[in-house]
Design a protein around this ligand. Structure first.
Ligand SMILES: [Zn+2]
Length: 440
């Protein structure tokens, strides 16, 4: 019953609230959140800069935080009394044993975000929240009532207890690790008559050459966890013969999900998102590249994150014809760290967004199944490509140099042909690896 109540509440919010009502709802949630943390989180209580808010201006003057601040203060920030070292040891042990089931202390799902060893993030989801996942999933997971009965294959890098709790009469979920061999995946899909596939784009690219062996027609494919480029979307749609839907989910919150038109909306009732340009001006209009993004989770009281800095760059879009007042996202450009840097003729560093660079590669040839760009220095790139058949990589090199030249960017590019497999651990496949540190 809780699932149905959640589903109704979330559906009502998205479809019926006016822009003013959305803002009022958010402000009320933010006010309550501030009151809650002042009472329940030692970290927020002891920092005088955090005070209950009376106006939007009060809110915009609160400090921002990021993963290192959150992790340094993990033990005092969370409101469940969890200690950092103990919780980290638990999470690392689980990861080592590839055993992601069960609740920590019988109460919490502990998520470990990938990162270099010193830079891992711990995320707490209490049992009471995981129990509400089915309703949230149905309302915001990209599966529509019209898709029921849904037989979903859900490919996860890390399967956690939080997801096992999702199972409703008309909604069957089968889980597979992204490490599952392709042969097994195809057999599972055919045996279980899977009609909805949920997988990160890197996994769909592994399935691409085998698409013709999938026997039952897919109603849709839902991607998440990695950027879905327009070129990927078009290729997946034509090869898998179905529509491609994207949800925007992070350890920090469920940020965006598609409406019935397939347009991605910010989940304004689950997260409060602030987007800033490179000069730190708040962006409210569509089509402007966001360089900084702050997220306040409106529902997770176990580990309250207020004005938390995400590494993602996104662009807002025009209001959607579905009628929802929730803001829309035109595209997720990618992580700020993924951008590439090149010198121009005047030896000035010049940014090229990862999504644009990816488009050049993907649209160059259908034979490029996967790629990885490694930037060692400004203007120096090594690109690894995994090919589906015979292809002259010099064509790709020429294309890239030509595109860069048009942007007055100079580059030295080395291309290597090599198999690119998904990571054997809980980390995401990374298409861009940069050793250049410049903050735009
Ligand atoms: Zn819409």
């Amino acid at each position: 019953m809780q699932a149905i109540r959640d589903f109704r509440y979330l559906t009502h919010n998205r479809n019926k609230l006016s822009a003013e009502q959305v803002q009022a709802l958010q402000f009320k949630e933010l006010q309550q959140l501030l009151e809650f943390v002042k009472e329940n989180s030692p970290f927020y209580r002891d920092d005088a800069r955090y005070q209950p808010i009376k106006t939007w201006d009060d809110f915009y003057h609160l400090p921002t935080m990021n993963k290192s601040i959150m992790m340094e203060n993990f033990s005092t920030l969370n409101t469940c009394g969890l200690q950092k070292d103990e919780t980290m040891a638990y999470a690392l042990e689980k990861e080592k044993n590839k055993d992601y089931l069960g609740y920590y202390k019988g109460e919490y799902v502990i998520g470990l975000s990938s990162g270099t060893s010193g830079n891992k993030g711990l995320f707490i989801t209490p049992k009471s929240m995981t129990k509400r996942l089915p309703g949230v999933f149905l309302a915001r997971g990209g599966v529509m009532i019209s898709d029921l009965p849904a037989r979903i294959l859900f490919c996860l890098r890390v399967f956690s207890q939080g997801f096992q709790d999702i199972n409703a009469p008309l909604l069957k979920l089968t889980y597979a690790s992204t490490m599952t061999p392709v042969e097994t995946l195809i057999s599972m899909m055919n045996a279980k008559k899977i009609n909805i596939l949920m997988a990160p784009p890197s996994m769909l690219r592994v399935l691409l050459p085998h698409a013709h062996r999938i026997k039952y027609p897919l109603k849709k494919i839902i991607t998440y966890a990695e950027v879905l480029s327009p070129a990927d979307r078009a290729q997946f749609s034509s090869v898998f013969h179905t529509k491609i839907i994207e949800i925007y989910q992070a350890s920090e919150g469920q940020i965006g999900s598609p409406c019935k038109n397939g347009k991605m909306h910010i989940n304004e009732d689950l997260v409060f998102v602030e987007i800033y340009d490179e000069h730190n001006h708040l962006i409210q209009e569509p089509h402007v590249v966001g360089h900084h993004m702050l997220v306040t989770n409106l529902i997770n009281r176990a580990q309250p994150l207020i004005r938390y800095e995400m590494n993602d760059m996104i662009v807002l879009d025009e209001p959607c014809s579905c009628g929802s007042s929730f803001r829309t996202i035109e595209k997720i450009i990618g992580r700020r760290d993924d951008n590439l840097w090149f010198f121009d003729e005047k030896k000035q560093p010049h940014i090229v967004y990862a999504d644009l660079f990816a488009r050049w590669i993907i649209t160059e040839s259908d034979l490029i199944r996967e790629f990885q760009v490694i930037q060692t220095e400004i203007s120096q790139l090594t690109i690894r490509v995994d090919l589906l058949g015979p292809y002259d990589v010099n064509c790709l090199k020429e294309r890239l140099l030509r595109e860069l030249h048009e942007l007055h960017a100079e580059a030295t590019i080395t291309i290597e042909e090599t198999p690119l497999d998904l990571p054997r651990d809980a980390n995401k496949f990374k298409r861009f690896i940069s050793h250049v540190k410049i903050n735009p």
